[in-house]
Write a protein that binds this ligand. Structure first.
Ligand SMILES: *Cc1c(COP(=O)(O)O)cnc(C)c1O
Length: 351
């Protein structure tokens, strides 16, 4: 089955008379005793439907969480006390902040590396217990050599984890490259409509799946049934949304590169996220984000609507991200409308 067919068909009730086509929302804190679920923290049929669909897309078994960062925290908790975690220096800011917090409390050691420097990453793997990868990175849009770094992590006996939020399983399936775990902020492309916070972990390793499920049962970072329903409803059109966002992004990246107000365009050649560095600096970037009519000034990404922001407006964003970098989450609107809105605002900047 192709990815589009999987996105549409997986995780549905059986084709039987009077069954609904979609798994319903099941509000339940408890279930009649004697089954596998028993209690609302241990499982819910609506999460299970979402997990079936996402697992089928990534090629493993999925577990849903209350947010992407809850999934990140769950994965980082796999390593022993004082162990070393290697991560990209420019990866998602929330992940960097979690690592810094864990390090400050003596829970683990972190080594932040330029993820595009494969030799440096491979070298850093030597003393790692867990190698965190994100590719493309948020918001620098750096691409990692996943197969090489995953192999180096395994050589060192470390877990290899890939945050696949930007690429989605349609453009990249890290489990096929040997990754032990894939992490998602479901909040972004998978749900895709800027109305849900949810996360997920996917693995092809049954033992790891069991460990993670046990931790989720204990800690309780579970999604709501309504959220899981919305996420699955969003997932049904993932292939259409990603295809359109990617086509729009590629075209906008090309046109932005020719505009005099834009000093640099970063686009890895796939996906729906583009970053630009304004030639006239951070003030120009802030002006841009307030001059448009369609593009919404907002954080987050991966929704049907186009949004953008200057990332360094967040004090915690690392200084390795240019001050004038604006991350554009390209939506599924008509590309000519998106361009016209941007072009007018950019023309205004160059006066
Ligand atoms: C947003 C994001 C997260 C965190 O997910 P939440 O759902 O906001 O908790 C993790 N990784 C990446 C790459 C993200 O963009």
């Amino acid at each position: 089955m192709g990815a589009g067919t999987r996105a549409v068909h997986l995780g549905r009730p059986p084709h039987q008379p009077d069954q609904p086509l979609n798994e319903p929302i099941t509000p339940a804190s408890t279930f009649v005793a004697g089954g596998d679920r028993e209690y609302g923290r241990y499982g819910n049929p609506t999460w299970a439907a979402f997990e079936t669909a996402l697992g089928g897309l990534e090629g493993g078994r999925a577990l849903a969480y209350s947010s992407g960062l809850a999934a990140v925290a769950t994965v980082l908790d796999l390593v022993g006390h004082g162990a070393t975690v290697v991560a990209p220096r420019n990866c998602y800011n929330g992940t960097i902040l979690q690592l810094a917090d864990l390090e400050a409390r003596g829970r683990l050691r972190t080594e932040l590396v330029d993820v595009t420097d494969t030799d440096a990453m491979v070298k850093a793997c030597e003393d790692a217990a867990l190698v965190w990868l994100e590719s493309p990175t948020n918001p620098a849009l750096e691409v990692a050599d996943l197969p090489t770094i995953i192999a180096a992590a395994h050589e060192a006996g470390a877990y290899a984890v890939v945050d696949n939020t930007f690429a989605t399983p349609l453009l990249q399936r890290p489990l096929e490259h040997g990754a032990d775990l894939v992490v998602h902020s479901v909040t972004k492309y998978l749900a895709g409509h800027s109305d849900v916070l949810m996360g997920a972990i996917v693995t092809a390793d049954d033992q790891l799946h069991g460990v993670l499920k046990g931790r989720r049962d204990l800690i309780g970072a579970v999604p709501g049934t309504f959220e899981a329903y919305l996420a699955l409803r969003g997932l049904r059109t993932l292939h259409l949304r990603v295809e359109r966002a990617q086509a729009n992004a590629a075209e906008l990246a090309r046109r932005l590169g020719e505009h005099p107000a834009v000093g640099e365009v970063r686009y890895p050649g796939f996906g729906g996220i583009v970053a630009i560095v304004l030639a006239q600096g951070a003030m120009a970037a802030d002006l841009l984000t307030h001059k448009t009519r369609l593009w919404v000034h907002a954080t987050s990404l991966g929704g049907v609507e186009s949004t953008f922001e200057r990332r360094r407006r967040w004090k915690s964003e690392p200084a390795t991200i240019p001050d004038a970098l604006v991350r554009l989450s390209v939506g599924v609107e008509d590309v000519e409308d998106l361009w016209e809105d941007l072009r007018v605002a950019l023309d205004d900047l160059t006066g």
